[in-house]
Design a protein around this ligand. Sequence first.
Ligand code: SAH
Length: 385
Amino acid sequence: MEKRNKCPLVKKCGGCNLCGETYEEYLKKKEDELNSLLGEYTSDLYDPHIRVLGMKDPYHYRHKVTAAFSYKKGEIISGIYEKNSHRVLKSDSCFIENETADKIIVTIRSLLKSFKIKVYDEDTGYGLLRYVMVRVGKATGQVMVILVVSDPVFPSKNNFVKELVKRHPEITTVILNVNSRTDSMVLGERNIKLYGPGKIEDSLCNVRYNISPQAFFQVNPEMTEKIYRTAIDFAKLKKTDKVIDAYCGIGTIALTASSHVEEVTGVELNHDAIEDAIENSYKNRIKNVRFIAGDAGDFMQEAAAQGVKADVVFMDPPRTGSTIEFINAIFAMEPSRVVYVSCNPETLKRDLKQLTKKYKVKRIMGFDQFPWTEHLETCLLLERL
Ligand code: SAH
């Protein structure tokens, strides 16, 4: 693959700070990093060299794009925040963002002047439009546009939406999100539907999901599917298996695994994500799953104390990794397989030190889920000693 020129904004933006080399060179560095971090666990593996699976086309993979707005020399600009600041860097296209999303944002910017819409100024609190978020469903092609505003009164909103949809017929829903917060959260709580159903759908591994404006949904669906398929494959699921999906988010791993096993229990701290998980189980008529809102460590400890058994535990903790309480509860519950999906190899290594007291690493695979960035995802199978 050819060498990609560095993005001219790379120093200031920091979004894809590893661009500028060929994808092969870049992947090789990630592979070296993973092998040096986890090398101590590879001696008994069938293939002791850990691979990092890359994307066929490692560009424009982000299916959720957020743009901030500001003025520069009297002109409205849109783009991303400069690293560690709230200064907007003008950027009309980005080689890791979905191209349809970027084009819609440029169109919105070009409409603002004629509709006399002012962009919001964080310092003075004056102006209306704060951000635009666009979400594209990879499998469905549905497109959600969220106009984040400081005040629900949006002048000529019907004509604005009419013009926007005329120029981009691919848009399936437009939402006005009211955000009067002073922190750096992009979305406020209130959503007003301006066009379409107010949410979009997408599918991952043949399970369909509703994505509402606030819903957490993976931004790179193509790689996410590869990770989930690998996790399911590693777990060697059987129809009689009882499975736990810990740190389950909106239930994606649980719902994907459900057709292979007897039952799945998903546990997740975030209540909204659990509501989405339950809704998604109804939407797909999946009956052998249940979802519980709570701390994964507490849940595991209580379940272990009550003598609950699981054959497989999937764990997909946040960047901070898991906890000693969670791992001790795994030891008490004694599942025969643990599949660990990690988004931070450093905390994975820390957790493996504990887990390998009673489990053995059988398979490891790395994934380049966010090409050109520092992120590195890993999927591992551990089996009880
Ligand atoms: N498995 C999901 C989400 C993984 S991200 C997916 O593939 O999409 C990690 C998740 O862990 C987040 O949804 C976060 O809300 C949740 N989380 C963080 N701390 C937690 C805790 N102590 N107990 C349960 N869930 C937690």
